[in-house]
Each structure stands twice: as C-alpha cells, then as structure tokens.
Design a protein around this ligand. Structure first.
Ligand code: ADP
Length: 753
C-alpha cells in the first residue's frame, strides 16, 4: 500500500532546494553553481534512498553555507515527518490487516473484493493477489451467499449491517463455520457504497463448546453416579438433587426437587445447619465448609452425615452446592475394619512363626509390626519395635547372628527387589542358639500390581524341628536296636521253648512215673499202716493186761520194762493213726462225724494225751478263754487230733521248763479263734510257708534232733479245711511260735443252717 508521504515531502524539499539553487544561480557563477547543485542533488538522492544517512557536510562556500544549513534543517524536519509517517502507516496497516484470527474483507459496491486482511488469508488460505477482484461469493459455501443476500438487500439492514452465522469456504474447498458481520465501509455513503465483511472462525469455539458440553456431561454423570449425596440449593430450596441423596434419605428424587432444604434435616440439627447455608447463600461468612449433622431418613433412624458445601453460581444466581456423605455406613465399616485389623493382629501375634512388617520404601522403611515370636526369636523388646528404622533393626539383628553378612545381604536383596528374598539356615546366637529360615515378600496395596507399601518378613524357628528330628532319629536307632535284640530274644526264646517243651515232656513222663510211685507209696503206706495197726493194738492190749497183772504177778523190773514198752507202743499207735488218717485223707475217703463239743473238753483231752511229755520237760501249760461261746461243731476225734498234733509239736520243739499257752477268743463271724503259743526253738521265716506241706521238716537230716514223720501239720491243715477253717503261723527263731486257727462255732453253725 503506497500511502507514504515521503514522496511529497521530498518533492517539497527538492523544490525548496531548486528555489534556493535558482536564487544562488543568480548570485554565483554558473560553473560553480552547477557543480554544487549536482553535488546537492546527488546527496538528496542518497538521502531519498537512505533517509538515515545524516546531514549534508557544511559547504565552505559562504554562498551555499546558509543553503546547506537550511537544507540540513529541512532534512531533519523531513526525517521527523518520515518517522511519524512510518509509524502511522504501520498502525494503519496493522489495523487493516487486523488480528490473525479475524478475516477483514472489503468490497466495492459490486461485491468485488478490494482488500483482504492477513487474518482472511490465514482463515481462507486464499492469497491476496489470487482473491482480489473476485466476487465475495467465492468465499461462501454453496447456498450460503444466496441465503444472506436477501437480508443485505433490505435497506435498514444494509445500513446498520448484519451479524450472521455462515459457512465459509477455504481455497481447498473445505467449509468451516464462522460468525459473520457485514456492514457498509462508510455507513454515511448510502446503499451503493463499498462493504466490509468481518468473519471469525467458529471451529475452535464449536470445539470448545463441544468440550464444555462433554465435560458438563461427564460431570453430570459423575454427580448422578456417586453414592454420596449431591445437592444445589437456591433460596434454601433444593434445585438439584442427585440419585445418591434421594437414596440416602429414602425419598423419591422428584419429591425432593424444589423442596426446602430443611426437610432433609433431623429436628436436632435443623436450625444450626439451615442458618449456616442461609448465610453462605447470602454471601456472609465463609464461602465453603463442612458440617456434621443428622439427616432424616424416611424409613429408619436418622443417618449421621457429613455435609461439605461451597457457594457457587447456578443459572446466573448465587447458590450453594454440597455433598453429603453417610457416616453411618462409614462408621460401621470403620468398626468392621478395626475389628478385622484386631483379629489380624491377634493372629499375627499368636502365630508360631516370627513376622516382621516394614512399611515405606527405600531408606525410609520402618518397623510397623514385629510379632511375639519374632521378638522372642531375636530377643527384642516388642514395645520398642514399632517405628524403628530398618537400618536400626538390621543392626540389632546382626548383633545376634553368627553370620551377620548373610542377614545384611538378605535385607538388601529384599529392599532392591521390593520384597522377594530368602535366607535359609540363619544361625542365631543370642538370646539362645537357634536356626531359622527367613522369607521376605512385598506388601502391595492390591494383590497384583498395586503400589509397594512395604516388606513382610517371616522367620521360621527350625530349632525345635531339628531337635525333634534328632530325637526321632535317635529313637529310631534305639528302636532298630531293640528290634534286633527282640529278634535275638525271639530266637533264644524259640530255642528255650523247644528245650522247655522237651523238659515238659520229660517232666510229664517223670510226673506220671512219680504219680504212679506216689500211688504205690500211698497204697503201701495205707497197707502197711493198716497191717501194723491191728497187731500193734493187740500188742498194746496184751501189754496193758500184763501190766494190770491179769496174766500173773510181775517183778518190779518187769513192770518198769513193760511200762516203757507200752509208752513206745502208744507212740507207734499214735504215729500209725496219723499215717492212716493221712492216707485216708489223701484218697479222699475221710468222713466227718459232726457233733457239738466244748473246746475246753478237746483242749483238756489233748493235754492229757501229751501230759506225760509235758511233765517230763517241765513245761507249764496255760489256757485262756476270752469268750463264753466255746462250743464248737465238728468231728470230735479229728478236732482232738488237730489239738494233739499241735500240742505235741509245742512240747517237742519247746525248751525244758518252757511255756505253752492256749487262748480262745471270738473270731470272725461264726468262728472261734484259737492261739497255741510256745516258747520253743521257733521257725525261720523262709520255712514258715513250707511246714504245712506233707513230709516237710525244717530239719530233715538223718542226724536231726527231733523225731517225727513230717505229716502232723499237713493232717492238721486238711482236717481244718474239711471244717471250713484255716491255720497260720507266726514265729521267731529261739523265741517261740504261735499257731492260730479257727473253729466253727456250734451256736452259729446251728443258727445258720
Ligand atoms: P513232725 O512229725 O516232724 O513234727 P510236723 O508236720 O508236725 O512233722 O511238723 C513239721 C515240721 O515243722 C517239724 O519237723 C518242725 O521242724 C516244724 N515244727 C512244727 N511245729 C513246731 C513248733 N511248735 N516249733 C518249732 N518247729 C515246729
């Protein structure tokens, strides 16, 4: 655009110079003037090309000095004007080119384009030289110009201009939305004047609008979808309620729309909360805040809630927007969480494995939990553990291990791999020798790829297991040895059993032989006794007759000899009676002839039988009856034999001048108990159990002091057994013996039959 005024100014300068030159020509010589005029003209031409060059050098010729000074003055003035003109032209150009996002197009009255701004080039992609002179319709998408033209045709509009949305066309044929204003370039000039079109690309505005709509939609969905309640109030009425809030208070959403906010509140919190929101809506006090309050719930107890609110604008008016979180559920969940955390902690504390939880990452890890087993294993104080840094802990653990470097490596590995590390067989020396396996793993916010929250280390104490294994191995060894011993013993036992079986067979044979021998002996004994008894009785009878002098007179010597013979015959008879009773008893042929007999009678008869021997040894016999119930029921002869045999022994084994005491007392129910005590040689304890066996004698050597057959006590025992009674002995060598036996009481026996 050539609107620079410098041409006119220069022309003026040149004219001035020419005038000056003309004046000078008249004064100076023609040659000099010509030269000076040429020089000046050249300098002015230079100046024209380069307005910044500088002043003219001062002319030495006094005729031109004034001229050059004036020209210089002129040049300075010119330069100032040029600068001002440049500035103005720049501004104008900037105005005409307009901002880059605004298309400025001017047309002549025939709608041909006469100017096309920088913004128009950028928007339409047409170059100035291409578009200038074209009809403005070129810039419109199909049908758009035809749509706008009738509006422009109306005079008032044409004068005032119109604002329209229209689709414009780019050079490459693509269309874009634009806001368009068309107005006369100089309104005063009337209908036939040139027109100015201003267009702004609405693509970005549309895009923005779309984005705004999208984000509004997202926001709306978010608000509609959240479980917390969301509301907007205006003039204390609910103008918006999300489904979450409707659910929370158990009221239909439509019902809440337009309802007073106070309807949501429990009576206890009504005034307080309403006042806070009222002030907020009025713009008094804080612009946002949080309140805990109770919300009315249509069917159920009031819900404890937290209302977070802020003032906002809604449809051009001040409003309060807020969220309502139900704390009832949260409190319940917090309680459940606390309970499950407590349960988890209890489990961790009671588990036999050591558990250590380190929270945090890198060098910031610190102990969050160390359970009882872990603290016990390493001898740590459980109370001081939480919060201890990993470095501190590792230092403490290292002091307790025999291989601290292993432990350090383990923790370093666990740290660098976010957990995964193992350490087998860590030897612990303090507080007690132990062996442990350590395993580390990461703790994440979610099981798979969650954020690493820390490290968990489990320590398994293997000491007990190893001890148990050693003990088990030892007992297995013992067991194997015992098994071998047992097998050997079995072999030996089998051998012994075989021998035993052989011995048994031998014994059985021997036994059979013995039995037959015994039978033979018994038969012999019975026969011999029987055979001996008859002649002896006859011998005894004749001897007694002779002694009674029935067969004639006797000399004193004969009488003495016969008395001795009779005594020995009596002994023999007694002995043979015993043998006969014994063999009868052995054969089971003994019969009892029961009758009631007073004990003292039996005792007296026995004493009388043995009287001579008692006297001979100078023994004192005493009887003590400690009960009046002394009548016994039994076989008189056999019970007499019992007392005679016992008394005979008491005399035989007594010392000279010794004592014999017979004591009778009430015995166990229905029995009399009788002691027969002597002050004789006594019986050694180991012999006391054997003396009732047949043929047994404490001293059975051929040179024994005491005569006898060894069957007296066995007959006593058998007779008593036949009466349902028993006998026992108590004795002390060199002090005497006491034989205690029972006898059936007649009175009781009769009563019980
Ligand atoms: P014996 O005919 O030998 O007396 P017994 O059967 O009557 O046979 O007694 C067996 C043995 O018991 C006796 O040989 C004697 O050793 C011992 N004996 C029995 N009574 C007494 C007693 N009162 N004092 C010491 N020893 C006795």
């Amino acid at each position: 655009m050539d609107i620079s005024p410098d041409g006119a100014l220069l022309a003026a300068a040149v004219a001035l110079a020419a005038a000056a030159v003309g004046t000078a020509l008249a004064i100076l010589g023609i040659g000099t003037l010509r030269r000076a005029a040429r020089r000046l003209a050249g300098q002015i031409a230079d100046l024209r090309r380069h307005p910044q060059i500088g002043d003219l050098p001062a002319e030495s010729d006094p005729a031109f000095r004034t001229l050059s000074l004036e020209i210089n003055h002129l040049i300075r003035d010119l330069r100032a004007r040029l600068r001002e003109a440049d500035r103005r032209s720049g501004e104008l150009e900037a105005v005409l080119d307009g901002p880059p996002d605004l298309a400025l197009v001017s047309t002549d009255p025939e709608w041909r384009i006469v100017s096309f701004s920088r913004g128009a080039v950028a928007l339409t992609l047409w170059q100035r030289e291409e578009i200038l002179g074209n009809h403005v319709e070129t810039l419109f998408a199909a049908g758009e110009w035809e749509r706008i033209l009738p509006k422009l045709a109306r005079r008032p509009l044409r004068e005032a201009g119109i604002v329209e949305s229209a689709r414009l066309l780019r050079r490459d044929g693509t269309a874009f939305p634009a806001s368009l204003s068309v107005a006369p370039a100089s309104p005063a000039s009337g209908a036939a004047g040139s027109m100015l079109l201003v267009a702004r690309d609405l693509t970005s505005a549309t895009e923005l609008e779309r984005r705004l709509r999208d984000s509004e939609e997202r926001y709306r969905r978010l608000v509609e979808g959240v479980s917390d309640g969301v509301f907007i109030t205006q003039s204390e009425r609910l103008v918006y309620v999300n489904p979450g809030l409707a659910r929370l208070v158990g009221v239909d959403r439509k019902e809440l729309q337009g309802a007073p906010f106070k309807d949501l509140l429990d009576a206890r919190d009504l005034l307080r909360v309403v006042e806070i929101l009222r002030r907020a809506e009025r713009g008094e006090g804080a612009a946002s805040g949080e309140i805990s309050c109770l919300l009315r719930v249509r069917q159920g107890a009031p819900a404890e809630c937290r209302v977070a609110w802020a003032t906002t604008e809604f449809q051009g008016r001040r409003a309060v927007v807020g969220t309502i979180a139900d704390l009832t559920e949260r409190t319940r969940l917090e309680r459940v969480l606390a309970a499950s955390e407590a349960a988890l902690r209890a489990t961790l504390q009671s588990t036999a494995d050591g558990i250590l939880l380190l929270r945090g990452s890198g060098g910031d890890r610190a102990v969050s939990l160390a359970n009882r087993a872990f603290c016990e294993l390493f001898g740590l104080f459980a109370e001081t553990m939480p919060g201890q840094s990993e470095a501190e802990l590792v230092r403490a653990l290292k002091e307790r291990c025999t291989t601290p470097e292993k432990l350090e490596r383990f923790f370093a590995e666990a740290g660098s791999t976010a957990g995964a590390a193992t350490l087998a067989g860590l030897e612990i020396a303090v507080p007690r020798r132990a062996l442990a396996d350590l395993v580390a793993d990461s703790v994440r916010s979610s099981p798979e790829a969650g954020e690493v929250l820390g490290i968990i280390v489990t320590a398994r104490d293997l000491t007990a297991r190893i001890d148990a294994e050693t003990a088990l191995r030892r007992s297995l060894d013992d067991l194997a040895k015992a098994k071998a011993d047992l097998e050997n013993a079995y072999v030996e036992l089998a051998g012994a059993q075989k021998i035993l079986a052989e011995r048994n067979t031998q014994l059985e044979t021997l036994n059979a032989e013995l039995k037959s021998l015994d039978e033979m002996k018994s038969n012999l004994l019975a026969n011999v006794s029987h055979e001996l008894h008859t002649p002896l009785v006859s011998i005894k009878g004749y001897t007694e007759m002779i002694l009674k002098r029935r067969l004639g007179p006797l000399t004193p010597e004969q009488e003495r000899g016969l008395s001795v013979a009779l005594k020995n015959i009596d002994r023999l008879v007694e002995m043979i009676d015993n043998l006969l009773s014994f063999s009868r008893m052995e054969k089971g042929e003994t019969q009892l002839h029961l009758e009631d007999v007073p004990l003292w009678q039996l005792v007296d008869e026995a004493i009388e039988m043995v009287g001579e021997r008692i006297q001979k040894k100078g023994i004192t016999v005493t009887t003590q009856y400690e009960t009046d119930d002394l009548v016994v029921r039994g076989d008189r002869v056999k019970l007499g034999q019992v007392l005679t045999n016992l008394l005979t022994n008491a005399v035989k084994f007594n010392r000279d001048g010794g004592r014999i005491t017979v004591t009778a007392r009430k015995g166990p129910r229905g029995f009399l108990e009788v002691d027969l005590a002597d002050t004789g040689i006594g019986i050694p304890p180991e012999e006391q159990g054997k003396i009732f066996e047949r043929f047994y004698q404490v001293d059975s050597s051929p040179s024994r002091r005491y005569e006898g057959t060894g069957i007296g006590l066995s007959i006593v025992r058998d007779i008593l057994r036949l009466h349902g009674c028993s006998i026992r002995v108590k004795s002390e060598p060199d002090k005497g013996s006491v034989f205690t036996f029972t006898l059936p009481l007649a009175h009781d026996q009769a009563g019980s039959v």
